[in-house]
Ligand binder design. Sequence first.
Ligand SMILES: Nc1nc2c(ncn2[C@@H]2O[C@H](COP(=O)(O)OP(=O)(O)O)[C@@H](O)[C@H]2O)c(=O)[nH]1
Ligand SMILES: [Mg+2]
Length: 212
Amino acid sequence: MNHCLVIGQHNVGKTLLSFRLAQLCGMKSVFVLRELDSDPHLQQVIGVNEAIHSIIDGTNPRIVDVQTIGIGMSQEMGQPAILYDSVGLSEKFDDGLYRRRQMARTLDLFVSCDLVLHVVDASTLVTEKLSLIDTQIKSFARARRVPYVLVANKADLLSMRRQHRSHLTLRQDKPLFVSAKMDQGLTPLKHVLERTNMVNYSYPFWMRGVLN
Ligand SMILES: Nc1nc2c(ncn2[C@@H]2O[C@H](COP(=O)(O)OP(=O)(O)O)[C@@H](O)[C@H]2O)c(=O)[nH]1
Ligand SMILES: [Mg+2]
């Protein structure tokens, strides 16, 4: 099974993007496991459309847990994928113990996943550059040589001019500008997910992570 980590700072749209990807893969409902501090973890089957609407309407309680979302892939690909919708990373000292544990869990997943979707909020990029924490996420993925996509979400909030500027500044990272809210630009991410699945199943497990 392919393991894909959705990582980034909080409020950048990781959860909405994860459910949008599930929707794009044709899922009406998904199996979700929320890793709470207490055992057993919470297991739910969630309607994808309902989840999307509740995030956009703001009626969804903010999720601060690592959530595992199971996605079945198209028949040609066969293999299902697992999305880890992780807790937002931050550098704040005052984050509570529970939150810090969830961040540690996110970093654990970073070491073992097959694909990294690194989400940034395109509308808050300062002078179109990545923040320190985002630069660290990118460097770590590069060091691991795990397949990696920089996803610049909330592109709907950017003027064409600003999007163009961000494109130029970040061109080495080949960002994919998307809007999870407006459901725009996401199809290439589904293809990445399918391709990583295919590549990972044509090579033995010990070669995973060295393919780029
Ligand atoms: N304008 C806009 N808002 C978005 C987009 N994606 C997410 N949001 C909003 O950003 C907020 C945080 O989204 P969420 O998925 O919970 O972020 P997370 O903390 O990274 O998981 C919510 O209010 C979403 O509706 C987008 O593409 N455009
Ligand atoms: Mg979230």
